[in-house]
Structure formats: structure tokens, C-alpha cells
Design a binder for this molecule. Sequence first.
Ligand code: ATP
Ligand code: MG
Length: 450
Amino acid sequence: MLNRIKSFISGKGKKQQPAYQRQVIPRDQHTVSRSLISDPAKKVLSRLNKAGFEAYLVGGGVRDILLDGRPKDFDVATDATPEEVRDLFRNSRMIGRRFRIVHVLFGREVIEVTTFRGNAADADDESDDDRRANEHGLLLRDNVYGSMEEDALRRDFTVNALYYSLEDFSVIDFTGGVEDLRQRRLTLIGDPETRYREDPVRMLRAIRFAGKLDFTLAPATEAPIRELAPLLTHIPSARLFDEVLKLFSAGHGAATYDLLLEYGLFAPLFPATAAALEAGEPDGVIRQALANTDRRIAQGKSVTPYFMYAALIWPALQAEWKRRQDDGEPAQPALHGAINDVIGEQVKATAIPRRFSGPMKEIWELQMRLPRRNGKRAFATLSHPRFRAAYDFLLVREAAGEDTEGLGQWWTDFQQTDERGQERMLSELAPAGARNSKRRRRRRKPQTKA
Ligand code: ATP
Ligand code: MG
């Protein structure tokens, strides 16, 4: 087994990596306090232990507690097989195609239990059907069980490969994760290029943790990203959608966006937006929406993925809408065509579930309805189920510098005043005919002036 670890560490003999050494940090030398571990997580650990299995808290739970943070969720690693785990917990289900995992459910809390996984030298073994890579080095299957050490070495970053034992309250570190935590540094385990090729999503995880934890990337971990970024196009679009949501809803979306741009990772995720930005379309709406999202998360408010996505694709929509109008299409059908085009393009990169693409379209379409307020139109728009999101989106556009001729303030006032006030506001609007001709003239100019 030692050989297998060694050959893995040395990147199948291609590149030299530091030899990792197991370190045990006893309870009085670390800050993991049991009180920060949820009761369900403790229950899962102790029941596995009582049944004679090894079981540890691992991943973000240990990392975040050591950083004095509140973990988002708890992951458990064990030498019990998924079947054995499932048999121990009535409230559990087996999930996963890439790897089989058991989810143990406690009300709304889910404890993810994974069996120690190995891999290492087996990747070269033709007879091994459980671990296969394609010609780009992408792992297609990764289902081999292994020892705890092997499990540590196939995790992504050293700070994510720390194990906490509830039997003796020690932290076990195979890869120097404790030191990296101290240095606030993300180091990919093993040979970075090999590990990114195996799973290009690790590049996104590097950016996500750097943004969220305010960590730096170790030089060797950082070096290959720009060149390997295009490998993301090999990842199933549904997985990328999930990753994008995680990237932008961890409370540091604005910083994360900058990092994605810096490392060339934004373009494979949002090709049409990247092309529009390249062609000079501004990204103020994206930045503003992400800053708002970060603020909402800091205030403990919910965030809606479709709002975020509507902003992330806005530059592409603007570019396509303009192009169609320059080709002579009238504004309304040009908008509909552009909406269908950009969504059609985007789902090739990251899937967008229908429950999100529907509301996105509505937010965009309402941007064109918001200026049309005459007669009963304002009331119809106000009672649209997506009015609130569309109004917020309008404010984001204004905050980003788009000139909407005070439309946001008008709608703010319109919502706050009483019925008589609303009637007065409507009567003060210019007559429909005059407004229409004005609008038509205006729309020939570029939509975005930010
Ligand atoms: P979060 O706070 O977002 O939950 P996390 O580190 O717990 O962060 P998870 O996605 O919950 O991230 O994954 C749990 C653990 O599984 C990680 O800490 C890491 O050890 C391992 N892991 C997850 N994804 C990968 C991957 N793509 N490659 C290697 N190891 C991974
Ligand atoms: Mg986690």
C-alpha cells in the first residue's frame, strides 16, 4: 500500500511531490470544540464507532471549525461500506453515480457519509474497471475503496483532508493541512496538473475556497489553472450549474467573480457573456447584482439563483438584442429572439433548470414592460408574479450606471403611494402617442450606457 501512496504522490512518477507524513494533533493542541459539531453529526460518528467502524468528521466541517467559523454542513468518512452505513441508519438513502454516498437525514440536516476511497496506482491498471480516465485525464469512474491514508490523498486541498475523531478527539493530518490553515493557503494534494485533469471542477473549488475563506493559492496550485481552464467544457452542464450556484452564493460572489476572470475560468462557464464583455459590453450589472447578493447573504436573507443568472447573462443578452435591432428587427421580437438565443447558448455550458430559466425570461421581458405605464399597464405590471424581482433588477441596472430616466424611483414611489397617488402619477405621464414616438427614437441608440 505504501508503494501505491508513493506512486500517487509522485504523480505516477512524472513529477516530484513532497512526501506526506501522518500527524496526529491531540485534543489539547487544536481548537475543534465538540460544541460546534452538530448533534446529528456526532450521532452518526458515535453510532458508526459503536458498531466497530472507523469514522471521522472530514472536509469543510473540520476546516471551518479550525478557522473559528460555522460549518455549512458536516461530512463523515468511514471504513464502513455504503451498504453497512445504510443498514445502521433507518433515516438514510444511498445516492450518487460518480461515487456512492449515504445521506443520513435528520430533519433538514443531511450528514453525508462516504466510505474511504482509494485510487492511486490503480489508475494505470488496465484491468481496473472502477477507476477510468479519458484521454484528457478526466476521471470517469472513481469507485475503489481504500485506506484512510488513500482517502486523504484523493481529496482536493490539504485543508479539506483533515480528520477529526470523536473517539479520542484528535485531528489527523496526512498532507500538511494544519500548516496550510495556519498560512491561510490552499494547496492541492498531489501533482496539480494531474489532479485538475482528473476533475477540472477542482479549479472552480480552488477559486470558491479562495474567495470564501480569503486564502491564497499556493504557487504550484495556481500555476496550471489558466492553461487548463478550458477543460471545464468537458464537465456535464448540470454539475457546472450546481458549482456556479455554490460559487456565487457563498457570500463572496463579487470577489469570486474577479478571481474567475483573473484565472480564465469565467469564459468556459459563461461563453456568450465573456464574448460580449470582450466586445466592450459593460459588466456593471453583474458586479452590482453579486454585491447585492453578498449583502443579502450577510444579512441572513435568501438569494434567488434566477436573479443571479439573469444578471450573469445580461451582457450577452444586451449584445444580442442590439445586434438584432441593428439588423432591423423591432425591439420586442428582437428581445424575444435574443432571450431564446442566449439561454440556448448558456445551457450548453451550464444547464439551467426550467424552474430558473422561466423566471429569468420574465425578469428580462419585464425590463421592457416597466417603462410602459399608461392606462392599466402599470397595474398589470405591478401584479405580475415576477414584478418584485424585475423591479430589483431595474434598480441593479440603475446602480450599475444604466440611464433609465428615473424609472426606478417612479416605481418605488408608485408602490409606496395610495390609490389616488397612483392615479395622479399615471395622469402625469406623457400621453401614450408622444411617449411611444419618443421611445422608438431612443431605442435606436445602444441600450446600455453604463
Ligand atoms: P463546503 O463548506 O462548501 O461544504 P467542503 O470542503 O465540505 O466545503 P464538499 O463539497 O462538501 O466541500 O466536499 C466535502 C469534502 O469532499 C471536501 O472537503 C473534500 O475533501 C472532498 N471533495 C469534494 N469534492 C472533491 C473533488 N472534486 N475532488 C476531490 N475531493 C473532493
Ligand atoms: Mg461540506
